[in-house]
Design a protein around this ligand. Structure first.
Ligand code: SSN
Length: 484
């Protein structure tokens, strides 16, 4: 644990809702906490169902005008927003570290990553296509045009407070959709600051509303039953995603769902073990393990298991834990005490079933919600940690023998977001990439996320794709016009 440091002052952030292009401070407020101390950082407006209704009415009013703007105009606005985010990198990063806990270097990385979705979709806004062709019989012509879906509700998680928002706002605005955003109650400040950026960039009133709330269901349920809302895009747990899908089904609402993961990290017998250890550290410890793409379980060929376990144990035990704003910290606190308890329970369950700790294993005492970087070896197949999303700094290692067994172990889950594997054999790399049941596969690398690549999962990890050239299609409806 790093030596204690004083908490830096929170940069000025908007504390009201963004409604109608302005800051609005209605009645109730709630406190946003610093997970490194547990203390309240600031109190902000708590959106009510009435605020949701106002935001939707604003979005509906603004929709035709926004859809009719020239694509170049939308592109330039998004580009200006990107420039403003980058110009304010340090401010965004400190706000993010204070409300979410991640080390400052990672927050700066997220500002660049999250900002990039605005630049990318600025570039996509002017490339929305269509087609014109003859029908096979030659009797008619087919004209296909892409139109914005319409007012959209985006629900974003706490783990990447900027990037998970911009990955939705960028394509929605580029496509010509208006949007309501409900950020996570744990980390609303980064999104409120982004609202300021869009106001400064000149976004017309009503195109984007930002509604932090402590009562998500009260806010979103009436919105999801309102026929004027045309789409829901959600990033969060599979359990909540299923509830929202049930609500959305009532109105056959268009949905994009980025849900939970249980990413396998497979090390084959022919892997470069040093490289695999480095990749494992990235895949596990990015964002303190609180990423849906995080490697959740390590399946390692018996021939290299001892070497891999020793290497990962050494690297994990060298990491510095502490408040994200302290110098040289590599691992921040977990988001809440509840999350830390869940991690501790998964570790205990694995130990009870016969796993052993090679480093870490415990919650750290003192203020804040810290957990030691932990490696568990010899984790048995029935341990909960191999089945449930950990969202914490714990690497669980299990063995296997033979390629087929490695692939079977990797696919033995209801999730299918990311998967990683290490091998030096090109044929195996292609075979295994095709056999893995995941939306994203990292081959000999521990990070897959890329603004230009389609992000999303199969099985219970979700529906649709964000980012890449695929991302904007989620906000467009093809319309077929039949001509003689
Ligand atoms: O936690 C989910 C998203 C992480 C990412 O975009 O890399």
């Amino acid at each position: 644990m790093s030596a204690s440091v004083s908490v830096p002052a929170l940069p000025p952030v908007p504390t009201g809702l963004w409604l109608g292009g302005d800051q609005v401070h209605p009645g109730p407020v709630f406190g946003v906490r610093n997970p490194a101390t547990g203390d309240v950082l600031i109190e902000i407006a708590d959106a009510t169902p009435a605020d949701g209704a106002t935001a939707l009415a604003d979005a509906v009013t603004a929709q035709p005008g926004w859809a009719a703007t020239a694509p170049r105009e939308r592109a330039e606005l998004l580009r200006r927003a990107w420039e403003l985010v980058i110009a304010r990198r340090d401010e965004f990063a400190l706000v993010m570290t204070l409300e979410m806990g991640k080390p400052l270097a990672e927050s700066r990385g997220e500002v660049d990553y999250g900002g990039e979705f605005l630049r990318w979709f600025a570039e996509e806004a002017v490339r929305i296509g269509g087609r014109y062709t003859r029908s096979p019989s030659g009797t008619g012509r087919i004209l296909v045009t892409e139109q914005p879906v319409g007012p959209t509700l985006g629900i974003t998680p706490w783990n990447f407070p900027l990037a998970m928002g911009t990955r939705k706002i960028g394509p929605a605005l580029a496509a010509g959709c208006t949007m309501l955003i409900k950020p996570a109650a744990e980390t609303p400040l980064t999104m409120l600051l982004l609202g300021q950026v869009f106001a400064d960039a000149g976004l017309p009133p009503g195109v984007l509303s930002i509604l932090p709330t402590t009562n998500a269901a009260a806010l979103t349920t009436p919105l999801l039953t309102d026929p004027r809302l045309r789409k829901l895009t959600f990033t969060g747990s599979t359990a909540v995603g299923k509830l929202l899908l049930r609500q959305a089904a009532e109105r056959v609402l268009r949905t994009s769902m980025e849900l939970g993961g249980n990413a396998p990290f497979v090390v084959f017998a022919d892997a470069d073990v040093d490289a695999a250890v480095t990749g494992a550290l990235q895949a596990k410890m990015r964002n303190t393990g609180e990423a849906c793409t995080a490697a959740n379980r390590f399946h390692v060929a018996d021939q290299v298991r001892a070497e891999f376990t020793a290497g990962l144990t050494e690297r994990m035990s060298e990491l510095t834990v502490g408040p994200g704003y302290a110098p040289d910290v590599q691992v921040g606190p977990l988001i809440t005490d509840r999350q830390r308890t869940t991690v501790a329970e998964l570790v205990q369950d694995a130990l009870d079933r016969g796993a052993r700790v090679t480093t870490g294993g415990n919650a750290l005492p003192g203020p804040g919600w810290f957990f030691e970087p932990t490696v568990l070896a010899d984790v048995p197949a029935d341990a909960r940690i191999l089945r449930e999303e950990v969202f914490g700094p714990v690497a669980a290692i299990a063995g296997f023998s033979g390629e087929a067994a490695g692939v079977a172990a990797a696919n033995d889950t209801e999730f299918g977001l990311a998967a990683y594997f290490y091998t030096r054999d090109l044929d195996r790399a292609l075979r295994v990439s095709e056999a893995l049941e995941a939306g994203m596969v990292g081959v000999n690398r521990g990070v897959v996320s890329d603004v230009a690549a389609p992000f999303g999962g199969v099985k219970e990890s979700g529906l649709g794709r964000e980012a890449g050239t695929e991302g904007i299609a989620e906000y467009l409806e093809p319309k077929y016009i039949a001509l003689p």
